[in-house]
Ligand binder design. Structure first.
Ligand code: UT7
Length: 329
């Protein structure tokens, strides 16, 4: 068996759209209010893409940011993986659009779909390429334009989501000398497939005039079920990642930004103090696959990732899916 190469995160980047949508926007169209939204979710505002601005545009900005911080040129990339459930097109992949715009002519490119677990899942995939020696430079992006799939007639889900993109560049640890990925995990429980879904647009129910009239092309969420699953699963992932490590080694948890109450309940189980948890849901809402990489990048920018300390990424989402990563920063 060939040698397993240690993998590091050479750089991160993110992009969030300029258009800020506060809770008052929803007060005008739904039976809801700012107080309910803030108390039940922790969300004060989110960002929506502008007319004519696409998921791939956000990917490109986040990618350029990450490549710059990693000092990697686009033509040196071997692979681009985009995690998204809201790509520009059903086909081709958003990763191919990014590859073209970046001029990453030597890179393979494809999308993966694991909903809110997407970025952390893609990180593990990219890690495997570098660890096996099949790639030297991998660009992993998590990006969503969920505002295009929000049902503005459903107060239970419309208020939750936002748009954005985050990215990371992976390299052999011997090259970048930082942020070693110690372990990653993924899991799924397909029994819960219908708790978060978009009923039409796939091959089972192709879009029709009727399906659009019934709003079947938009996101549906069984909030209470997801809530229960999320608290349990996020707590489990954090526990699995920290197994065998002293709690003092922990620098920061970067959880999927789903709901302040879900994050609080999951970390409470492990008695992790609030200052060791990265939260920015108040600004961006739930950006699905983009939430962890945006939070990771903002944590890096804010100097919250201490050299030598452990960083835990923990995500879960539609599928139902979950994913985790442990990084020695
Ligand atoms: O990343 C994965 C995708 N994210 C999710 O799936 C979200 C996970 N779930 C959650 O974050 C929470 O379950 C929600 C924020 C969606 C809902 O919070 P909750 O505390 O679980 O509320 P609930 O669903 O138990 O509803 C409580 C009440 C209901 O009214 P009744 O039946 O008690 O009269 C809802 O109709 O709150 C009502 N409600 C609202 N009221 C005002 C639901 N949405 C709203 C709203 N504004 N936007």
């Amino acid at each position: 068996m060939s040698e397993i190469i240690k993998v590091g995160i050479a750089g991160t980047g993110c992009y969030t759209p300029e258009r800020v949508v506060d809770n008052a926007f929803f007060e005008g169209i739904l039976d809801t209010n700012d107080e309910w939204i803030q108390q039940r979710t922790g969300i004060a505002e989110r960002r929506f893409v502008a007319e004519g601005q696409e998921n791939s545009d956000m990917c490109l900005s986040a990618a350029k940011d990450a490549l710059k911080s990693a000092s990697v040129e686009p033509e040196d990339l071997d692979l681009i993986i985009v995690a998204t459930i809201s790509g520009d097109y059903q086909m081709p992949s958003t990763a191919c659009l990014v590859q073209k715009e970046l001029g990453a002519t030597n890179a393979g490119a494809y999308d993966i779909q694991a909903a809110c677990s997407g970025f952390v899942t893609a990180l593990g995939l990219g890690e495997a390429y570098v660890a096996s020696g099949r790639a030297q430079n991998v660009l992993v992006i998590g990006a969503e334009a969920l505002s295009r799939f929000i049902n503005l007639e459903d107060r239970g889900s419309a208020i939750l989501f936002g748009d954005g993109a985050g990215a990371a560049v992976l390299q052999p640890h011997s090259v970048c000398g930082q942020a070693e990925i110690l372990k990653t995990t993924v899991g799924a429980d397909g029994e819960g497939w219908s708790h978060i879904w978009i009923p039409s647009g796939g091959s089972k129910r192709p879009a029709t005039l009727n399906s659009v009239a019934e709003r079947e092309h938009l996101i549906r969420v069984n909030g209470r079920e997801v809530y229960r699953f999320a608290v349990h699963r996020m707590g489990e992932v954090i526990g699995e990642m920290m197994e065998g490590h002293d709690p003092d080694e922990l620098g920061l948890i970067v959880p999927h930004q789903v709901n302040q109450r879900i994050i609080d309940a999951a970390v409470e189980r492990h008695e992790i103090p609030a200052e060791k948890v990265m939260v920015n849901i108040n600004k961006y809402g739930n950006t699905s696959a983009a939430s962890v990489p945006i939070a990771l990048h903002e944590a890096a920018e804010a100097g919250r990732l201490e050299d030598g300390k452990l960083v835990v990424l923990a995500a879960f989402g539609a599928g139902l899916t979950w994913a985790g990563a442990l990084i020695r920063w």
